[in-house]
Design a protein around this ligand. Structure first.
Ligand SMILES: Nc1ncnc2c1ncn2[C@@H]1O[C@H](COP(=O)(O)OP(=O)(O)OP(=O)(O)O)[C@@H](O)[C@H]1O
Ligand SMILES: O=P(O)(O)OC[C@H]1O[C@H](OP(=O)(O)OP(=O)(O)O)[C@H](O)[C@@H]1O
Ligand SMILES: [Mg+2]
Length: 283
């Protein structure tokens, strides 16, 4: 059987979550900091540990079949690859920012100004789309210090909490794109059986992350009111308790409306609510 190759970041923001996702998919492999390639012992897959900037082209050129990388890096490299699955981590935005005392307030004010960035392609496309003529100064990192050093009037960089901007005396004034980690594949690979299998495993892990397993006790007379509040994978399980007139209800609840649901369930008569994490949900 053909062995697939997946490229993930060697170190940095996406490394840990990428490794965790693959391990949660039941893939067994060693993760030594020094090794650049690792064999999965229970699936025909090799893991390549690379700089994230190189991952899109490795996948486009077929050197790797799959890759995990930020959407921002895919846009920057302009590759032609298939987006197989959004992964829900590495969420950030790319923003324009200036020093807090700057007179630049909107994108039109950037005409004739200089902007430092590690993402010149995304920035150029944005400036062209908005008919702004500005000088792009490409630097490979620590972009936030550029205005303070007199290297540029503005910056264009990744923002998540905004802490790095703030601690460097900068304020954002325009968002250009949102990004998160995504599983990419070389074009045409999406229907290959091993890829379909791997994507199904990833989806079962992601689905489980978004939900909690909940068991609660209730008086039989309250069952209908409680069931009306519960979605469940199909429908909730109701089992009688040893104590007459009481039942236990098992269900899954999406993380995003968890606390709201719990308080509604309590009002409807739910007691002894036990909440558990779910490892996988296979549909
Ligand atoms: N503060 C952040 N919060 C969330 N996601 C982020 C943040 N910073 C970066 N990312 C996402 O993680 C990706 C990797 O970020 P990182 O800072 O590790 O990149 P890098 O320094 O270019 O790494 P490499 O050494 O692999 O080239 C980014 O391309 C982006 O998609
Ligand atoms: O809005 P914040 O939460 O402060 O995050 C933004 C910072 O995170 C990233 O850098 P990272 O910390 O990954 O270091 P790097 O410059 O070495 O890539 C990015 O380049 C920003 O500098
Ligand atoms: Mg990089």
């Amino acid at each position: 059987m053909k062995t697939l190759k997946i490229a993930i970041q060697k170190s940095g923001r996406l490394n840990e979550k990428s490794v965790e996702l693959l391990k949660n998919c039941g893939l067994s492999f060693e993760n030594y900091k020094s090794s650049l390639i690792s064999n999965v012992s229970n699936f025909p897959l090799e893991i390549l540990f690379l700089r994230d900037d190189d991952i899109p082209e490795y996948v486009q050129d077929g050197i790797a079949d799959l890759g995990i990388v930020g959407e921002n890096v895919i846009s920057e490299t302009g590759v032609d690859v298939s987006f197989l699955q959004m992964l829900g981590f590495g969420k950030c935005t790319l923003k324009l920012a200036v020093q807090t005392h700057s007179t630049i307030e909107n994108i039109a004010d950037l005409n004739g100004k200089s902007i430092a960035t590690s993402y010149p392609v995304i920035l150029k496309n944005f400036l062209d789309d908005n008919k702004i003529k500005a000088e792009i100064r490409t630097i490979s990192g620590s972009v936030e210090i550029a205005p303070g050093l007199g290297l540029s009037d503005a910056i264009f960089d990744i923002v998540s909490t905004g802490g790095t901007l703030k601690s460097n005396g900068l304020k954002p004034f325009a968002e250009v794109m949102k990004s998160e980690a995504v599983l990419i594949g070389r074009k045409g690979i999406e229907n290959e059986p091993l890829i379909v299998e791997l994507i199904q495993r990833i989806q079962s892990v992601l689905r489980a992350k978004e939900t909690k397993y909940v068991v609660l006790n209730a008086e039989a007379k309250n069952i209908d009111q409680i069931l009306a509040l519960l979605p469940g994978v199909k429908s909730p399980t109701v089992v009688p308790l040893a104590e007459e007139g009481w039942v236990a209800i098992h269900t899954v609840i999406p993380e995003r409306d968890f606390w709201e649901k719990i308080s509604l369930l309590k009002s409807a008569g739910a007691q002894g609510i036990v909440v558990m994490p779910i490892e996988k949900i296979i549909l």
